[in-house]
Design a protein around this ligand. Sequence first.
Ligand SMILES: NC(=O)c1ccc[n+]([C@@H]2O[C@H](COP(=O)([O-])OP(=O)(O)OC[C@H]3O[C@@H](n4cnc5c(N)ncnc54)[C@H](OP(=O)(O)O)[C@@H]3O)[C@@H](O)[C@H]2O)c1
Length: 226
Amino acid sequence: MPTVMITGANRGIGFELARRYAADGWRVLATCRDPAKADGLEAFAGDVHIHRLDVTDFARVDALAGELEGEAIDVLINNAGISDMPKERVEGVDYDRWAEVLRVNTMAPFKISDAFAGHVAQSETRIIVAITSRMGSIEMNPGGDYAYRSSKAALNLVMKGLAGDLRPHGITVVVLHPGWVKTDMGGQGAAIEVDESADGLYAVIAGLGPADSGRFFNYDGSELPW
Ligand SMILES: NC(=O)c1ccc[n+]([C@@H]2O[C@H](COP(=O)([O-])OP(=O)(O)OC[C@H]3O[C@@H](n4cnc5c(N)ncnc54)[C@H](OP(=O)(O)O)[C@@H]3O)[C@@H](O)[C@H]2O)c1
């Protein structure tokens, strides 16, 4: 069966994606920064393997890539992310938090994609995904949320670059907006349930091919403006 690796798989969208792939018989490499908080992952049936990974610990990223050497990863999903709560106004920017948001949301997906590109290249499917946000769209930006928006805009840019750089290896790279989802990050006032988001993302990923590399999709399969 194919293999998927998902970061931040202990809760929210990452957790639901892990459950979805496991239910369909995939081998799931579920990473989270604290496996002690991943008891939900252990509870569902399937070929699920939990690996400790704080995505900002780049030495650990390299170590995990080494531990998994020889393992083909069909789909790599960079899902772990943080927001810039409390919401920023122009005069209220927390620059230390901004740097942290950039490290988690932008640099870590780049580092992980680079470290695991060889594993993905060994697979049949060869897909790398980053869960971005429409809040990273420059065209749709009304202002505010500077840290989060800039981190996702920069994520979109680096994944677009990787799409070009990894094309010779047959790897398809896309960024996907999961919708406004009822998770700890999205809040209970969000528009959609987490299973609707995960089902949509799963279907979009299943339909991807090389011609889609470097594109920005919504969870319903529609294309979003950069
Ligand atoms: N929810 C929405 O409406 C929405 C909308 C657009 C985009 N997104 C994006 O979707 C992705 C998932 O969001 P979510 O709503 O599921 O958020 P969530 O419920 O807050 O879950 C975030 C996940 O990321 C993990 N994480 C955070 N920092 C990490 C780190 N340094 N190392 C490893 N894991 C880390 C968390 O792990 P811990 O449990 O250890 O903190 C958790 O598993 C994010 O990239 C987010 O930006 C969400």
